[in-house]
Design a protein around this ligand. Sequence first.
Ligand SMILES: [Zn+2]
Length: 370
Amino acid sequence: MRYSCYSCGKKYPLTEKIFRCSCGSFLEIENSDMFPEKALENSDRTIWRYREAFGLPRDLVPVSLGEGHSPLIKKKIDGTDLYLKLDFLQPTGSFKDRGASLLISLVKHLGITVVIEDSSGNAGAAIAAYSAAANINCRVFVPGYTPDGKLMQMKFYNAEVVKIPGKRQDANDAAIEASGNTYYASHLWNPIFPLGFKSTAYELWEDLGRKLPALVIIPLGSGGNVEGIYLGFKSLIQAGLAHRMPWLIGIQAEKCSPIHTAFIHGLDDSAEIEVETTVAEGIAVQRPPRAKAVLKALRECGGFTLSVSEEEILSAARSLFSIGIFAEPTSAAALAGWRKLKPHDKRDAVLILTGSGLKETNKLSKIFTA
Ligand SMILES: [Zn+2]
């Protein structure tokens, strides 16, 4: 297993403590779309059930908190049946645990003792938790608007939290500048992180009776979830275990939609656009570094992007609450996007609900009781 540059093709061993290529581009993992059937022999009920499909060093000891295998439930919303993947039911309350478990396991394996991350909340909490589990020091740069619940969670995991005023991008720039000689354990840049979301694809395939869904709707910020789920589905098809690639549909907030703008204009990288603060702060990433790979994945599977307004996101959040599902507004963006599909595409779609509303009760009470 090696790093391979997406742009120039330069290779690096996994032992290199890098997060991007010397040419400035993001990296990929070689052969990251493979699925050895051996991956199903494992009886583990975490993402590590599929460890053979991650291609990590054989002697790597997983740093695990029981992540993965979130429930897939069938519900009727607006009179139509659909599936909800409750991926906020993870150790730290978000889907990011899948990526964090993989990345911090590798960090531990390499003997690294200090990591830096930047996040609007969920990824920071996940990296902080797994760092705590691995006895690694963790420093997280967060934008000023990060909800208190997520901030406190990082602090309780003993992470050093550095608030950077301004936009999400400013926290990203500050983290890269500060990373210097320490390891930048970036969920935005590092190609190990999205590999964790291959496990989501495998769980869907197993839970649906070893069949793939027709379409999967995913809140879209940096795009790691899209990239990883795409790789997971692709690997099942290449292994002859499934046939038709599902459409992946990425949902962005209208107020921060660099990938959606790129998609509709036929660009191969994220669009340079002005962004505003959105209630879906988990998908507010102005310059997603891996956007080229995300756009390629969306196009290769025949999928597309949609953008949703603040009102549509909040209305979707209310709908989820009203059926007993306390997901954060970022997750509700998936439902808001689903509502925009043609009626025959809606049926039996899978929505990935990525983050828990429990971290955002202060924010939500201000919005809904104002
Ligand atoms: Zn390169």
